[in-house]
Write a protein that binds this ligand. Structure first.
Ligand code: HEC
Ligand code: HEC
Length: 293
């Protein structure tokens, strides 16, 4: 029986073989057409211009502030994975993740600290009636605001388009005839509110310095001081707790990390609650949770 089946199969293949053969020569009219072979798809030609366009589009959209938020969020996830799970801990990555949060929080705090200090300096000069120095301090303050804007705004927010950079490339220089749009705000309204409030105060201090009105200068500097000092405190809290986690990880310990982590989560979430909730869904860091909980 088996032999018979094999025999039939052999015949069938033989027949098929015969049928196929004539179709290769051109007179096989009755033969069924061979199944069309799938044609190999031609490799798409790389289009350098399209690639550059995509790259420039990507560049202008990237917001360094959001990227840092994303990085800290991922770091938080890794701290939970290693330190709350407790089974397989990669201490190097645990330490690096915490250190990454500390470094980024430190950079944010530094930005606010120079604003707080320049603002205080301006108030001191005005109080002493040193109007020339007060005016210089006010310019310095504004330039510190711009430092942060330069570091944390996406090029798109600053009005740059892909065409802007394309024109720079075409010209071989960064000539200002390259097309540039207006500033496009993208941050949530709660966060922008503190920005516009400080902007109002900077203008008010400039007017008061112009009029040599020390009392009005002090009034306006109070608002900037309150905002900047609050931000310094928030970011130093995150930095300090992240650094404490890194120090535990450095000596291969996970105990005590939970308290520091929870303090970080609380500080991130409070800030989102205050400044992000009204604009978009905040992505708070993950809670402390074991895998098998
Ligand atoms: C000073 C306030 C503040 C603190 C502190 C803060 N954030 Fe944020 N966060 C913001 C603001 C403002 C945005 C919105 C940014 C935007 O979309 O322009 C944001 C957005 C985010 C986003 C979403 C980004 C997106 O793509 O929309 C993540 C994720 C995030 N934060 C993570 C964190 C983590 C993790 C921490 C703590 C380690 C933290 N943030 C601390 C203010 C803060
Ligand atoms: C921690 C960084 C940081 C600091 C410090 C900072 N800003 Fe901003 N500022 C931002 C971000 C981020 C935006 C929002 C960009 C967007 O819409 O996405 C912004 C937006 C603004 C805007 C709205 C855009 C515009 O130019 O009309 C104003 C006004 C502003 N900031 C004023 C100030 C002033 C005044 C100071 C200093 C006293 C200051 N900012 C300090 C980060 C900062």
């Amino acid at each position: 029986m088996l032999l018979l089946v094999l025999g039939c199969a052999a015949v069938a293949f033989g027949v098929l073989g015969c049928v196929r053969a004539p179709s290769n020569v051109s007179d096989g009219q009755n033969a069924p057409a061979p199944a069309p072979e799938p044609k190999p798809r031609p490799e798409p030609e790389p289009d350098p211009q399209a690639e550059l366009d995509a790259k420039l589009k990507d560049w202008v959209a990237q917001s360094p502030m959001r990227q840092r938020m994303h990085a800290m969020w991922i770091d938080c996830g890794l701290i939970v994975r290693f330190a709350a799970g407790g089974r397989l801990v990669d201490y190097d990555w645990l330490e690096a993740s915490a250190e990454d949060i500390a470094r980024k929080a430190d950079a944010f705090a530094d930005m606010w600290e120079i604003i707080r200090d320049e603002n205080r300096n301006m108030a001191v000069r005005a109080k002493a009636g040193e109007w020339f120095d007060a005016h210089l301090a006010s310019q310095k303050l504004w330039s510190c605001c711009t430092d942060c804007h330069c570091e944390y705004w996406s090029p798109y927010m600053r009005g740059f388009n892909p065409e802007t950079f394309q024109a720079w490339l075409d010209n071989g220089n960064a000539a200002d005839d390259a097309p540039v749009g207006n500033i496009r705000l993208n941050a949530p309204p709660g966060f922008l509110r503190i920005m516009f409030s400080m902007f109002g105060s900077v203008n008010a201090t400039n007017n008061a310095i112009e009029k040599q009105d020390a009392k009005a200068v002090l009034n306006a500097t109070k608002n900037i001081h309150t905002i900047a000092a609050d931000q310094v405190q928030i970011w130093r809290t995150i930095e300090g707790n992240a650094r404490a986690i890194a120090e535990r990880a450095e000596i291969n310990h996970t105990d005590g990390i939970r308290e520091h982590y929870e303090k970080i989560v609380q500080t991130c979430s409070n800030c989102h609650e205050r400044f992000v909730n009204d604009g978009r869904t905040p992505l708070n860091p993950l809670p402390w949770k074991y895998h098998d909980e």
